[in-house]
Design a protein around this ligand. Structure first.
Ligand code: NI
Ligand code: MN
Length: 241
């Protein structure tokens, strides 16, 4: 079954499979470029990369209203527990759990992580999702790191179908390192994220995409907030009759 990925702006993504909808890093009402309001979001699970406000601003309200499980660092789960959000799934780097449509593995990221009230939020993370035969890597907020080669290494013949990478610079990788990240990860499709929200992280995504395409590293796709792409799995070999 194809999967639909919608960028609602900044680093917030909705990933829709036949089995349910995943919400990544809910940041809507305070986001200048958000394509929708937190009150209008429905989801079956919430994935959090780290504790910074531009990734969790609407986490508590959406978790409370939808009662969707929140996959997040152990420390963030504790912080949610203090606000009576008790359906979180505390995790740490390397852990893999089930989500609607497949699995989610918490991967490493090089960044910092504290919650808006200053609470320590554990390690920042990325997510490696295996959903209905499609592998999606969400880097989260991170600088470039050489383990991206490992993350992109095919497992059971399956490499990354879609990589979502920050290109905003200043707080994360910028365009140059996001080109190198694409080279290491070897995804089929690459999508830029975490840019254009405020002046310090304004970027020319089109120019970045041209570099990705010119070097034939992946198929770059540029979305506007509210835009979506639908991804199908790689063709699989037909078993002999
Ligand atoms: Ni951050
Ligand atoms: Mn951020």
């Amino acid at each position: 079954m194809p999967i639909t990925l919608t960028w609602t702006g900044h680093a917030t993504w909705l990933i829709e499979t036949a089995a349910g909808r995943l919400l990544v890093d809910p940041f809507f009402d305070g986001c200048p470029t958000a394509s929708m309001k937190a009150a209008d979001v429905s989801c079956d699970a919430i994935l959090v990369t780290h504790g910074h406000f531009d990734h969790v601003a609407d986490l508590v309200s959406i978790a409370r209203r939808t009662k969707a499980p929140v996959l997040c660092a152990y420390e963030i789960a504790n912080w949610l527990g203090g606000q009576a959000i008790l359906n979180s799934v505390p995790m740490n780097i390397g852990g893999r759990v089930s989500v609607p449509g497949g699995t989610a593995k918490m991967e490493m990221a090089f960044h910092s992580s504290s919650l808006p009230d200053g609470t320590y939020a554990g390690s920042p993370a990325g997510w490696l999702l295996d959903l209905e035969g499609i592998r999606i890597y969400i880097a989260g907020d991170t600088g470039l790191f050489s383990d991206m080669e490992r993350i992109g290494r095919p497992q059971a013949g399956r490499g990354i179908d879609v990589a979502i990478l920050p290109i905003g610079d200043v707080f994360t990788m910028g365009p140059d390192d996001a080109v190198e990240a694409t080279r290491l990860l070897r995804p089929r499709i690459v999508l830029p994220s975490h840019y254009g929200t405020w002046p310090p992280i304004a970027q020319n995504a089109g120019a970045w995409a041209e570099r990705i395409a010119a070097e034939q590293l992946a198929e770059p796709r540029i979305l506007e907030p509210g835009g979506a792409i639908t991804v199908s799995g790689r063709p699989t070999a037909v078993p002999p009759a």
